[in-house]
Design a protein around this ligand. Structure first.
Ligand SMILES: [Zn+2]
Length: 200
């Protein structure tokens, strides 16, 4: 598999880099992405492929479950760089149906050490959905419940984003917009959940 990647790189140089040399050379000087993408690490949610974008267009942060966790210095640095240095005007939190991270929220007997700790920052999404289902006294299929959790997790992480004072300030100054999306692997489409989320 590793060789496949290296052979793929040769094809990339031959078929794309050489043909669009001017574009790629312009990227050597600097980058001017206009979107910060916070998505899941899942291999099936390949940002540039599903958004049909090129290198240089999207600044990317990915982790298990597209989570915006408190005390995540990795994401904190990405946010600070995106907003204060790259002046990116749009942040997308994109979840995806069929997310293993969200499914793991129900995994109470796991022997994993780190995944459950990481998922604490998403557990409220599951609790909110379960509470709603209980309140409505309805039975919904497990797959539908999981889709609702994926969607609620995107909303929850948009809330977490606004807990960063400099994110909040950029939103209030109207220099930044937040967007909540979900990618559907079954049809390749992105569903818009929240757009231009107002300050709360
Ligand atoms: Zn996922």
């Amino acid at each position: 598999m590793i060789n496949t990647l290296l052979e793929g790189n040769k094809r990339f140089v031959r078929d794309h880099f050489e043909k669009e040399k001017e574009y790629y050379n312009s990227l050597v000087k600097d980058q001017r992405p206009t979107v910060l993408w916070i998505g899941c690490s899942d291999s099936r949610v390949a940002v540039n492929t599903i958004t049909n974008t090129r290198p240089g267009e999207v600044f990317v942060h990915r982790n298990v479950g597209n989570i915006v966790a408190a005390n995540d210095w990795n994401l904190s640095a990405v946010l600070e760089f995106s907003i204060n240095h790259l002046h990116i005007p749009d942040i997308v939190v994109c979840g995806h149906y069929g997310c293993g991270g969200m499914a793991a929220l129900d995994d109470e007997n796991t022997e994993d050490k780190y995944i459950p700790i990481w998922l604490i920052s998403a557990s409220k999404a599951r609790d909110r959905v379960d509470e709603k289902i209980r309140a409505l006294r309805i039975d919904i299929p497990a797959e539908q419940r999981m889709k609702l959790i994926v969607e609620e997790n995107v909303r929850l992480q948009l809330e977490h984003l606004q807990e960063y004072p400099f994110v909040k300030k950029s939103l209030m100054d109207k220099k930044l917009k937040l967007h909540g999306w979900v990618y559907d692997m079954a049809n390749g489409e992105i569903k818009i959940l929240e757009t231009e989320r107002p300050c709360s």
